[in-house]
Design a protein around this ligand. Sequence first.
Ligand SMILES: *Cc1c(COP(=O)(O)O)cnc(C)c1O
Length: 451
Amino acid sequence: MKTIIEPFRIKVVEPIRMTTREERERLLREANFNLFLIRADDVLIDLLTDSGTGAMSSLQWAGIMRGDESYAGARSWYVLQDRIRELTGFEHVLPTHQGRASERILFELVGGRGKVVPNNNHFDTTRANIEHTGAQAVDLVIAEGRQASARHPFKGNMDLAKLEALINDAGPERIPLVMVTITNNSGGGQPVSLENLRGVRRICDHYKLPFFLDACRFAENAWFIKQREAGQDSRSVREIVRDIFDLADGATISAKKDGLVNIGGLLLLRDLGLVRRADELLILTEGFITYGGLAGRDLEAMAQGFDEVVHEDYLRYRVRSTEYVGERLLAAGIQIVEPPGGHAIYIDAQHFAPHIPPERFPGQALVVGLYRHAGIRAVEIGSVMFGQSGTAPAMELVRLAIPRRVYTQSHMDYVIEAIIEVFRRRGELRPLEIAWEPPSLRHFTARFREL
Ligand SMILES: *Cc1c(COP(=O)(O)O)cnc(C)c1O
């Protein structure tokens, strides 16, 4: 069957608002052509991020009512701890309010000046938390992972030769741990193979280094392994997930992605010494070790989300519907990062708008064009986001991140249609200049002018 069927029916609806073109022209001018400064109510289809934007199930909402709000030892905490132990095999589970809180605790303990932390590609909060301690964050994804049109089934893989070279150059004593991000968010949501994770484990064993996962999208990654890796297709996603976690000494997780909740995070550890020190920091800034900055109801919803995310009907629909958007755009001649990743489609904006040079922000011009034409919100990942330091980013991209279980296939058809219409009239996309910018992280608040 060709039709992608959502493996759920809809029990609660939330209206979204159609705006007129005139309204959107005014809203764009008022927001100084920065889509972060537009109210969500004025967006028809919001593809800004897949983080914390998913829809919860009826069982998760039932869990919200069941939540035990006791300060210490709440029943909801034990429900979550049991689920995560069963899913990952990790004995020590620390709850946090989101992924970056787990990163902050971990790197406060193992980071510091002179340290070097390798990863396939550090996510921006991971990098920021590492650098905040004075340590250095190094990206070692394979070469294919850096090229938009290079096809590779596991474009998120770590370059094992480069990892070993880095360990030898820096000296193993300067490397507190090796990290791998699954799926590789900053590299287009591309998966990492089980074989590659085993290779990283072997190198870590050889140099006696801990191996940590940034496991925000562990279930999507496991699904790709089942689909693409030799000998894995007859195994269940749960088995593959367990294999992945069994390789690691620890993991940081944002539950806002594959936890299928709107807020929450986890830090998983094996080393008891590290657990004791992490518990101390957890209590210092997040909360007691049985709630970690969350309400009891959040823990309950998370426990259920981590169960639902490994259902194979869900993962088939999830990955296939993202792939479908990518296929249709490619068929229309629009270059995307290939093959499509798990949670998002990344459009090559320089290819889309060749008449706009990087210093006139082709990605931002496309983001503005999509909103103007169809009320769709996407995000620029190019010279606006990364160009402030004066270094040119490798690619000018626009990311369409797909929230989990929120939009139907007809919403996606509308998005595809709109992008293709903008592409046919791409000569009308207008270059931009920056009218004002803050000293750092300018993409959130910069003001633009259309030229
Ligand atoms: C979202 C994300 C994080 C950070 O999680 P938050 O919940 O946003 O703090 C870390 N790593 C990756 C790969 C992510 O996608």
